[in-house]
Design a protein around this ligand. Sequence first.
Ligand code: UDP
Length: 239
Amino acid sequence: MKKKPKYKRILLKLSGEAMRGKREFGIDPEFISYLASEIAEAHKLGVQIAVVTGGGNIFRGVAGSKRGMDEATAHYMGMLATIFNAMALQDALEQKGLVVRLQTAIEMKQIAENFIRKKAIRHMEKGRIVVLGGGTGLPFITTDTGAAMRGLELGCDAVFKATKVDGVYSDDPMKNPKAKKLENLTLKEAFQNEKITILDKAAVELCMRNDLHIVVFNIHKKGALKKALMGEKIGTVIR
Ligand code: UDP
């Protein structure tokens, strides 16, 4: 009998960093096309997928406020940046033949549906990919927190955090060569350990309080998302 995926419905968090591929800034259409094929492969397994896009490749609220902008305004600009990315991803997914619904937390009626929880669930049940832009629609928080929130309200089995490293390390592997990869970790450990910064603490706290698992994996490795969905030992599972 064909092996079934370990997860039925997931919330995939793609940060702005993933959208910029090898570029310093902005959107890399080639890399987004690669991301779309990875998502398409995962979708073929029958897994329901909602994606939350970040915006750090375009604009971060904190960076704007450090340069003297009104902080809330800067955060709203950050949310708009996530919608740029969401539109680019929608386009790339549609080009792979997938049916996609873009929903935003800030009303954008010419280009997207409003985020409506039950509608998003229905889309996924019908085999559509739901791309969620605009974070939570509220300033002063990040799309990691938004991803945890949407993961919970959409009844996802886990939040899949796509990164450029193979999982969670005991320290920043880019800075400390002695950092060790942690294959399994509890949500409590991830929340309490200050060196673990792969997701912001507010997001981890939300997952911890509601027992929503987090899978951290390297999206740059072809097939990693699919393998992680099949329950193979890929990345780090925080449970
Ligand atoms: N943002 C916000 N509320 C949200 C989600 C995002 O204010 O619910 C703003 C925030 O300023 C953030 C920016 O949007 O810096 C871009 O999102 P994020 O930094 O989380 O993107 P990523 O790091 O994933 O690229």
